[in-house]
Design a protein around this ligand. Structure first.
Ligand SMILES: C[S@@+](CC[C@H](N)C(=O)[O-])C[C@H]1O[C@@H](n2cnc3c(N)ncnc32)[C@H](O)[C@@H]1O
Length: 526
């Protein structure tokens, strides 16, 4: 059941902006169709509205509101408690602890990988929250006494236990207070399915402890640590299914965990799009079998179902699991990487655009003494730089963050838009300043060591980066709206092409790479 925005703004005599604020701060929940859920509205009216005056200032405070004390009564419907409990947590608390419970539709998709069960099969959700995965395991026929749930949140555990009891008539000793990352695990489980906390804000001591304990170059991120621990406590030939932010599958932070994961047999990869109401983050899941026999992986994206070979991901730069790309697209990617190429790694000095800390204060639109033009990312177009609209005081001491001024003043630098899904590069020979919506690199020219030099010119590099094929490759590999140095450094720079083409164009590059455009994508020419 849901309610139109207009009905609420009229009933409460509030503006649309206020309503949006309440949604943003999780006071109200909008469903996927853009309505407010009746449940959240009723809860809001009963527990929040009237107790606090939600004026503009209160809205701000509300973002960091303390959790409302949550009472569980003996006769409560535990399923209802589960929904209400999540809604009672402040957005600050949820973000700090990565608490976003999983909607049923995503849980169903993950459980669809469950094979025929044996009576002795055990199931664990290592951070079960209010028990969504545990209840699904029960429904799927796992014996109640073989279902385990851990969490560090006592209230959530109580609700999970109540739900379990209301369904089975049995009290469980296995749904209990356990910190997965601290526990000495003696038991192994046949199935571990979960949605672990993402980006849990550890304190410094925890960070240091975990860095030591999981010492293999892995960034101390809660979701990555959960994956590692679970891989150790899943039975041989057992199965693990984990819902994660899409960034886990491609950003370099998670490279070393992906490497560990790719040693086991991934069975399925699922794109869940944006499963959490009110949260823009995309979620993907993997289902992996604790076996070293690698097979074809079933990939479910928003638009297609296809299979991919695990070896493709193992060969990808940074072990990127770009399963949105089809088999044919994967073939083109490895085809491109089979051509002689250099990469930008170690061959350039990199610089970030200027962070003023307050553009309204530091930028002006008509020039004055000692002010210089400053450019934004949008002023960069493929191969050229448009006219600027702003000026900045030519003394960086009051600015929040800048690169060494010498770098902006280099004879020749290559600038590119930072927040963008396309590669948009240009050469700057006029020592321009750029804001942080643009970044830049300066090719190493005067190094003694040939291997530290890119064999092509700035203009050739800019041409290459702006081509359709490089843009296609970048998107298929990295699926990002940020153009990161670490990703750029992984792209193949086809230096040999420029040895045979003095005058070049995109068609020449396609011919050189033996590819052609086909149905809006590319294919290898036969
Ligand atoms: C994203 S929620 C998921 C809950 C449940 N698995 C679901 O999907 O509905 C993450 C849960 O991890 C729990 N948690 C955080 N750190 C934990 C830890 N070190 N050990 C066990 N649970 C933890 C949080 O309390 C929270 O309930």
């Amino acid at each position: 059941m849901s309610i139109k925005f207009d009905n609420i703004t009229n009933e409460l005599n509030i503006s649309n902006a206020t309503l949006q604020n309440w949604i943003k701060t999780n006071c109200l929940t909008a469903d996927r169709n853009g309505f407010i859920t009746t449940e959240s509205y009723d809860y809001f009216k009963e527990n929040i509205l009237g107790k606090n005056k939600l004026n503009k200032r209160a809205n701000k405070q509300y973002f960091d509101k303390p959790n409302i004390a949550f009472n569980i009564n003996k006769n409560d419907d535990a399923n209802k408690n589960a929904v209400q409990y999540e809604q009672s947590l402040s957005i600050a608390e949820r973000n700090k602890k990565g608490i976003y419970y999983t909607p049923n539709s995503s849980i169903d998709e993950i459980f669809s990988a469950l094979p025929t069960l044996k009576e002795t099969d055990t199931f664990l959700d290592p951070c079960c929250g209010t028990g969504n995965f545990l209840i699904k395991a029960l429904e799927k026929g796992i014996e109640p006494e073989n279902i385990y749930g851990f969490d560090i949140d006592k209230t959530a555990l109580k609700i999970a236990n109540n739900r379990f009891y209301q369904l089975t008539g049995q009290h469980s000793n296995n749904i209990k207070l356990v910190n997965l990352l601290e526990e000495k695990h003696e038991q192994k489980y046949n199935f571990i399915f979960t949605n672990p906390p993402w980006g849990y804000k550890f304190n410094t001591q925890q960070k240091n402890n975990y860095a030591k304990k999981f010492n293999n170059g892995i960034k101390v991120d809660s979701s990555a640590l959960f994956v590692l621990v679970c891989l150790n406590i899943v039975q041989k030939d057992g199965m693990m299914g984990v819902l994660l932010p899409d960034s886990f599958f491609n950003i370099s932070t998670f490279k070393s965990v992906r490497k560990v994961l790719l040693k086991k047999a991934i069975i399925q990869l699922i794109n869940h799009n944006k499963p959490f109401d009110g949260l823009q983050t995309k979620a993907y899941s993997f289902i992996v079998k604790n076996s070293n026999t690698l097979t074809n992986i079933k990939c479910k994206t928003q638009t297609s179902e296809h299979t991919r070979k695990q070896i493709d991901f193992i060969k990808n730069p940074n072990y990127i699991i770009n399963f949105d790309a089809t088999k044919i697209e994967a073939k083109i990617i490895s085809h491109l990487y089979s051509y002689p190429h250099q990469t930008l790694t170690g061959k350039a000095q990199w610089g970030l655009g200027i962070v003023t800390g307050n553009n309204a204060k530091h930028l002006i639109t008509t020039t004055k003494n000692n002010y210089k033009p400053i450019f934004k990312g949008v002023d960069i177009e493929k191969g050229k730089i448009k006219k600027h609209n702003f000026y900045i005081f030519d003394d960086f001491s009051k600015l929040q963050q800048t690169a060494n001024k010498k770098l902006y003043l280099a004879d020749k630098k290559i600038v590119y838009r930072f927040i963008n899904s396309n590669l948009i590069f240009a050469v700057d020979e006029k020592q321009r300043y750029f804001l942080n919506s643009a970044n830049f690199l300066i090719l190493k020219q005067d190094t003694l060591f040939i291997e530290d030099r890119l064999e092509i010119t700035e203009e050739q590099l800019v041409f290459l980066m702006n081509t359709e094929i490089m843009n296609w490759l970048f998107k298929k590999l990295f699926r990002t709206h940020k153009i990161l140095r670490s990703d750029l450094e992984k792209l193949p720079i086809f230096n040999e092409f420029f040895k045979i083409h003095n005058n070049y164009c995109e068609q020449d590059l396609h011919a050189y790479l033996n590819i052609e455009k086909y149905n809006g994508t590319f294919r290898v020419k036969t």
